[in-house]
Write a protein that binds this ligand. Structure first.
Ligand code: PA5
Length: 428
């Protein structure tokens, strides 16, 4: 079960102020549960956990089974909320080198405009059995639309059953993908209208690619659903506490929240978190700017700034109690050469314990350097625990948005660059 450790926050906040902010967070929690706050009609991501659609889960498992049997490669086309959740879960639950047994290679496209990448991808697909899952709620986002046009052409050229190899995940009715589906009879999954992109990982948006990667989507789903139940009451609610602390620190002038992970398998989860918090909070001139770091790698790059730079940061550590690794530091060489590398004090110690000491030291040092920090502990990196963490942060960011008096479920700001870009591209 998730656990929030906030020892390194206490020196930075006044207990009475925190108590008052927790009161505000309880009211924000009520707005979320009762769908009474701004964007209350966009909380379908909670409803689908309260009343799971068994037939849909089964259908996704069947489609995933077919893809796993027939595909060498699944290309997932999507951007933002239409890919970050799948990437986060797949990265966390796949071997760092290689992939899960029986899984096709899963590649992402349509998540940027890089032509060289797309060209390389198209060349890479040659001679392989390819399936595509194109994911776009609006069906009109430029990056995935271009990538889909290119990959679709490849499929139509090389496979007689191209139409059977394309799976579309989109809005129930609107958008160009629906038009394409109707003419080509592609298999289609629906993104519920009341679920926004960044909250959609537990819809077919995330579940299909994740199931193809060999993950038990029931366990992922159930981890999230159990956490919804756990966080349904405002009492002893760590998501409320997390939101209240962040809100207080923002009010005290901190404007950046750095999510730092100590397991490389969680770096894509960090990117998912970044979008969730960035798009949900950052509007009307407010919100903490979310950034992500992977430690201890980044302690050797931005670590200096975090420890000693401008004091505008707070930090959230996402940690894992049991990593499943039993690797220990081997003993040194025998004889005179023994301990030439000076590492004998670590002989026999587990990498898990060493990484944990790195977290302990970092959390202490950053707090001493003026960076309030808290740690969310996952029991392990498993489908259930990832489901728990996904729901935890979705709940917390909704409370946070309500505390900031913004609609946590819209993202009007992302239209500005599109407008300017389309003018330059001469879109009719
Ligand atoms: O969270 C969001 O709503 C966005 O990040 C979208 O997911 C992203 O812009 C992609 O949109 P669409 O799925 O409509 O292509």
């Amino acid at each position: 079960m998730l656990r929030l450790d906030y020892e390194h926050i206490l020196p930075f906040v006044d207990p009475d102020q925190l108590e008052r902010r927790l009161g505000d967070a309880r009211e924000a929690h009520r707005l979320l549960i009762e769908k009474a706050g701004p964007g209350g009609d966009a909380t379908g991501w909670r409803d689908l956990l309260i009343q799971p659609d068994e037939a849909l889960l089964q259908d996704i498992e069947e489609t995933a089974g077919r893809i796993r049997e027939e595909a060498d490669i699944l290309v997932c086309i999507g951007i933002g909320g239409s890919y970050l959740g799948a990437e986060a879960v797949i990265q966390a639950l796949s071997p760092s080198l290689g992939r899960n047994e029986g899984s096709p290679e899963i590649l992402f496209a349509g998540h940027h405009m890089g032509g060289a990448y797309l060209q390389e991808l198209l060349e890479y697909l040659h001679g392989k059995s390819v399936f595509v899952n194109v994911i776009s709620k609006s069906g009109r986002t430029l990056e995935p639309a271009i990538a889909f046009r290119c990959v679709r052409k490849h499929l139509e050229r090389h496979f007689d059953d191209a139409g059977q190899r394309i799976i579309v995940t989109t809005d129930p009715e609107k958008g160009a993908l629906n038009t394409l589906c109707a003419t080509n009879e592609y298999k289609k999954y629906v993104i519920p209208s009341d679920v926004g992109g960044r909250f959609s990982v537990l819809t077919p948006v995330g579940l299909l690619p994740v199931a193809v990667a060999g993950t038990d989507i029931r366990a992922l789903f159930e981890g999230a659903a159990a956490t919804l139940v756990r966080l349904a009451s405002p009492k002893d609610n760590p998501a409320l506490l997390y939101a209240a602390i962040r809100s207080l620190l923002l009010q005290q002038g901190l404007c950046i929240d750095l999510l730092s992970v100590f397991e490389p398998a969680l770096s894509a989860f960090g990117r998912w978190w970044q979008q969730l918090f960035g798009e949900s909070e950052g509007k009307n001139g407010t919100g903490l700017f979310p950034c992500v770091a992977q430690y201890s790698t980044d302690l050797h790059s931005i670590g200096q700034y975090v420890q000693d730079g401008k004091r505008s940061l707070m930090e959230t550590f996402l940690m894992v109690e049991r990593t499943g690794s039993d690797l220990t530091v081997p003993a040194g060489a025998e004889g005179e050469a023994k301990n030439l590398d000076g590492l004998d004090y670590l002989s026999g110690r587990s990498m898990e314990a060493i990484n944990r000491a790195a977290w302990e030291g970092t959390a202490q040092a950053h707090a001493d350097g003026g960076v309030p920090n808290m740690t969310l502990w996952m029991a392990e990196i498993s489908p259930t625990c990832l489901g728990e963490a996904i729901y935890f942060f979705e709940h917390a960011v909704s409370i946070s948005g309500h505390l900031l008096h913004v609609n946590p479920f819209d993202q009007p700001g992302v239209e500005a660059y599109k407008k300017a870009m389309f003018t330059r591209l001469g879109k009719p």
